[in-house]
Design a protein around this ligand. Structure first.
Ligand SMILES: Nc1ncnc2c1ncn2[C@@H]1O[C@H](COP(=O)(O)OP(=O)(O)OP(=O)(O)O)[C@@H](O)[C@H]1O
Length: 286
């Protein structure tokens, strides 16, 4: 399909919302993608049985940025990243990575359920080596890459331990390292911190940011926690209730590295408040 790069002139003063609650101006803006777009989603349809989750859904995911996905319970956050990453099929529409298909793109995924994601019979270090082995990377190069990643992460973990000997946070760290060792073009993360305590969450957020700053990997992260969603993100994708549309795409442009105290910066507080207001319009709680 020929993709259009230029954004057309916006229509003359469109109404902010039509009678179906849609926002044509926002939809028009999102339909055309700027030059730094990495993933383009056009006309995506997805239903489970009689329940429509996505219908004609369009989205641009920017390159070399972290996009957090936030929205009401059950709106389709995981479904969205699972469709983009090819874990589940979609009914209609198109998803392209730089104009290429998923099979031509190098992606990685961090699952929420880290306990089932690691091979229990392999030591932590062998779990990290595993995808490189699958790719046929020679042993010396594998060691170089894994050692570099371990040095960069700088976490107090016994990499010779088996998964059952590690804490939940340590296991999730191994999952994230295993996803990163292949140096993916795009990293998907489905609630990567949901089972971690606050201290471990701060550590993992920081390490992900460090790797992001070193490599500029495009990341798309589903989060249930607005603080995490904003703290890590360059953009927060806010979704509506089903059938799911984009409620807003909010930029958070604070300098990196962000620190534990970033959450009290006025800009962080402003963006988080704005996201919360939009979320509350869609959520069943007020
Ligand atoms: N395999 C499936 N079969 C039937 N319905 C499904 C399936 N997977 C998801 N759903 C439904 O689709 C909707 C979206 O699910 P999804 O898990 O993507 O939402 P979510 O926003 O990630 O949810 P949560 O906030 O609970 O994590 C939900 O109503 C869910 O029950």
């Amino acid at each position: 399909m020929a993709l259009k790069l230029a954004k057309p002139e916006p229509p003359m003063a469109p109404p902010p919302e039509d009678s179906r609650g849609r926002n044509p101006e926002l939809e028009e803006r999102l339909r055309w993608f700027p030059p730094n777009t990495h993933i383009t989603i056009r006309g995506l349809d997805k239903a489970f049985g009689d329940t429509t989750i996505y219908e004609g859904f369009d989205l641009n995911i920017p390159r070399g940025k972290i996009t957090s996905v936030f929205g009401p319970n059950g709106c389709g956050k995981s479904t969205l990243i699972n469709m983009i990453s090819g874990l589940i099929p979609y009914d209609g529409g198109e998803i392209l990575f730089d104009g290429k298909s998923l099979s031509e793109t190098h992606i990685s995924y961090v699952f929420q359920n880290y306990r089932e994601a690691l091979f229990p019979w392999m030591r932590a270090i062998d779990n990290i080596h595993y995808p490189l082995k699958l790719m046929g990377v020679p042993a010396a190069e594998r060691k170089r890459r894994v050692d570099a990643l371990i040095e960069s992460f700088d976490v107090p973990i016994d990499f010779n331990a088996y998964p059952y000997q590690l804490s939940g946070g340590q296991m999730q760290t191994i999952c994230i390292m295993r996803a990163l060792v292949v140096d993916p073009e795009v990293l998907f993360l489905d609630e990567p911190f949901s089972a971690l305590d606050y201290e471990m969450t701060l550590l993992m957020r920081d390490r992900l940011q460090k790797i992001f700053q070193e490599r500029g990997t495009t990341m798309m992260m589903v989060s249930h926690n607005l603080e995490d969603a904003v703290w890590l993100a360059d953009h927060i994708l806010l979704l509506t209730r089903k059938p799911t549309r984009i409620a807003d795409m909010v930029a958070f442009e604070a300098d990196r590295p962000r620190t534990a105290t970033t959450v009290s910066d006025p800009e962080f507080v402003r963006v988080q408040k704005h996201c919360l207001e939009i979320f509350l319009k869609e959520a069943s709680v007020r």
